[in-house]
Design a protein around this ligand. Structure first.
Ligand code: AMP
Length: 448
């Protein structure tokens, strides 16, 4: 059944669900998101990257020129619409084109070069939803723009690998690398590739038949069996690589070896986007290969010019956050839960409720994560709720406690209670929780 049929048969109930291939990020998934962002921010900052966020919407032209009309992304997968002013806009299917647009627009060539940027962004592709493939998905990405040197490519690969190591999943993947040449050496190769396939079109899948004249390199990494058999026999790029590209690739491999990064040389790796030149690489699942790749990247020295800027080299990497999380869960990598509540505050009576409002605020100001049942529930119902929050302690404030200026601290696991003066309760609570467990917010630090 095609997706269009599915849409046509959509019931009213279906329309109250999230759109196909787009998902809610619920709190337990956010714990992973937060942790991944923390690792990426930390590693990126250490290496001098600064964060960039480009808009969700760009003029469609940004992607048409940069990624290329003949690619699956631009040809079939973009969410494109005309706005109220008849301009064609697209929800970004990836971020490199937008980042390079921003580099040109904001004159970043005047900044110290190369400019190193990282992003953590949602992307949108009208792809067929399946396991690990969504229509809205998140990527972390790294870009180094303004200089061309194999040492930069090696550093991007190193950082990608380091992030995967920190996340506890690097051992599940191999780093596949290739060099797809510059326009000079690739032009002749593309022509010979087309000549090789001419006359064999009937053995190709429909997609490859369409790609043959528009994007012949893509025929090399088609997953269809018949296309793969032909790809084995097709001319190999090795013999076409110009001396400059050969030297670049040899140096990259030298640097990776120096950095003790294991890699697999894969002459069939081409990547889906037109803007790549020279180095391309992907991080493949050891058992499922490209099917479950976690990330990929490469050099895009021609992209800025394609977008109307001055020739500006660049290299980058992007990885899918949902796939990272799936692999972390597979490996039982636990992330610290920062959402656990320390204290539940239960109250009875109007005066107690008033006191609880300030008490909750005062606790939170000191870094104690506190929630209170300020509705109308009975004390029994409130304690049941405290159990559900799995808090270690509950503070109980009733009519008597307010009158006597005290408060009860209940140890939830042991069911034991003791009474303390109201004005010492915060210090008591902090002693029980431990200073190192508090969630302190220091003004001046911007939180995401
Ligand atoms: P790409 O931009 O296509 O090179 O993708 C880089 C990485 O982003 C992939 O290796 C995946 O981890 C992730 N990714 C790409 N497309 C999707 C998608 N439709 N759904 C989920 N993750 C994706």
């Amino acid at each position: 059944m095609t997706d269009e049929n599915t849409q046509a048969q959509q019931t009213e109930a279906d329309k109250r669900q999230n759109p196909l291939g787009m998902h809610d990020i619920l709190p337990d998934m956010h714990e992973y998101f937060t942790y991944i962002k923390k690792v990426v921010r930390h590693r990126a900052r250490q290496a001098g990257y600064k964060r960039i966020t480009t808009p969700i919407l760009e003029f469609t032209d940004v992607f048409q020129r940069g990624i290329g009309d003949a690619t699956d992304i631009v040809g079939k997968e973009m969410y494109t619409f005309t706005d109220r002013n008849e301009r064609s806009l697209t929800m970004k299917p990836e971020s490199t084109a937008g980042v390079v647009r921003a580099y040109i627009q904001h004159g970043m060539k005047e900044w110290p070069q190369p400019v190193q940027l990282y992003y953590i962004e949602p992307h949108f592709r009208y792809d067929k939803p399946q396991k690990g493939r969504y229509r809205q998905f998140w990527q972390i990405g790294l870009e180094i723009i303004g200089e061309s040197d194999p040492a930069l490519d090696a550093q991007v690969i190193d950082l990608a690998n380091r992030i995967n190591q920190d996340l506890g999943i690097a051992h599940l993947f191999t780093i596949q690398i290739n060099n797809i040449g510059c326009p000079k050496c690739r032009g002749k190769y593309k022509q010979d590739l087309v000549n090789f396939y001419i006359g064999k079109e009937r053995s190709l899948c429909e997609d490859c038949q369409n790609r043959l004249h528009k994007n012949p390199l893509r025929l090399l990494d088609c997953k269809q069996e018949d296309c793969q058999i032909l790809a084995q026999l097709a001319p190999k790029f090795d013999q076409y690589r110009c001396p400059e590209c050969k030297e670049f690739h040899t140096k990259l491999k030298d640097y990776l070896t120096e950095l003790k990064i294991e890699f697999v040389e894969n002459p069939k790796l081409v990547r889906g986007l037109d803007y790549y030149t020279g180095t391309v690489f992907e991080v493949w699942d050891k058992t499922q290969g490209a099917q479950n790749a976690i990330g990929g990247g490469g050099r895009y020295d021609g992209l800025a010019e394609l977008m109307g800027g001055l020739p500006t080299p660049g290299v980058g990497y992007a990885a899918g956050i949902e796939r990272i999380i799936a692999n972390m869960k597979k490996e039982n990598v636990r992330v610290p839960s920062k959402d656990d509540i320390h204290i539940f505050v239960a109250q009875l009576g109007d005066d107690a409720k008033k006191k609880c409002l300030t008490l909750l605020n005062d606790l939170r100001e000191r870094g104690v994560k506190a929630v209170g049942a300020l509705g109308k529930g009975s004390m029994k119902a409130q304690l049941r709720l405290a159990d559900k929050f799995k808090v270690p302690y509950t503070l109980i404030l009733g009519i008597t406690e307010v009158r006597e200026g005290v408060i009860i601290i209940r140890n939830m696991a042991k069911g034991q209670q003791r009474t303390v003066p109201h004005d010492t309760v915060i210090e008591e609570v902090i002693k029980l929780i431990g200073d190192d467990k508090l969630d302190k917010y220091s003004p001046g630090e911007v939180l995401y």
